[in-house]
Design a protein around this ligand. Structure first.
Ligand code: ADP
Ligand code: ADP
Length: 228
């Protein structure tokens, strides 16, 4: 479902962030991306959600060659991919409900299904009762749950998560991981960059290690593999 063939990404200043990456990620996989800072993990994920385009090589998501996508078709790709960030990126002046509903409004989902669907995903992440709170009234773990609800509300086939537990304490991180596992179990592919050694070693999923813009390791039941 995600396929990269000899992907190079060189930024405008000449930095080679990815240098010939080829990889296949199947439907329903759970993949950890590991590697030192600056290795190219975020770039790898930005190519998947079409925040960046490759300098060279082909990337397809769900059979669409997204590196060559016409601008007007980008929304079709984006609605199929949910993104989760380390710093949550919620809209501070909107309630929990509106933060999640906003993702449906962006894709012009029919209003009549919106309320039911938003409450359904808030229930799934355990925050239905906080639907009228503002992000600032929530703990970090709760804010990340809202961002997960926002990521899944449009039923994406892929979720891309860039260090989703990076700002959370160990117990809260485990809660978030359990939630992501459940979402994966329900049929969503997950690609997650992380520096969390304990989580990677305890979950035993596919691990792709990137260093200096190259994949240096790809194991079906891998370990974190770094002393950090
Ligand atoms: P990671 O997520 O593993 O820390 P990144 O993909 O963020 O790695 O970065 C890979 C390399 O590309 C780094 O050298 C980084 O400084 C560089 N880089 C990332 N984004 C840009 C950009 N917009 N312009 C120039 N260089 C960038
Ligand atoms: P249509 O009735 O024209 O098929 P769609 O909404 O299904 O309308 O799609 C419009 C165009 O957007 C399609 O021709 C297809 O090329 C593109 N498209 C649809 N879904 C996706 C997707 N998931 N990723 C990339 N492009 C897509």
């Amino acid at each position: 479902m995600i396929e990269m063939q000899d992907i190079w990404k060189t930024y405008a200043d000449g930095t080679h962030a990815l240098r010939g990456v080829s990889v296949c990620i199947d439907r329903n996989e759970f993949v950890y991306l590991v590697g030192p800072s600056g290795a190219g993990k975020s770039t790898f994920m930005k190519l998947i959600y079409r925040e960046e385009v490759p300098t060279k090589g082909q990337i397809s998501v769900n059979g669409f060659n997204i590196g060559k996508l016409k601008a007007r078709k980008i929304p079709y790709v984006r609605r199929n991919i949910g993104v989760i960030f380390q710093d949550f990126r919620l809209l501070p002046k909107l309630t929990v409900y509106d933060n999640v509903a906003f993702a449906m409004e962006v894709i012009e989902a029919p209003r009549r299904i919106m309320k039911k669907r938003v409450m359904e995903v808030l229930d799934l992440v355990g925050l239905k009762h906080k639907h009228s709170s503002l992000p600032s009234q929530l703990s970090g773990g709760e804010q990340q749950r809202v961002s997960i609800a926002r990521a899944i509300v449009n039923n994406p086939s892929v979720i891309v998560a860039d260090e989703p537990t990076g700002n959370l304490d160990p117990d809260t991180s485990l809660d978030i991981m359990n939630l992501l596992e459940e979402i994966n179990f329900r049929g969503t592919t997950i690609v997650m960059a992380t520096h969390n050694k304990e989580i990677v070693n305890s979950m035993r999923k596919r691990v792709i290690a990137i260093e200096n813009g190259n994949i240096v390791r790809d194991e079906a039941r891998g370990e974190y593999g770094y002393e950090a």
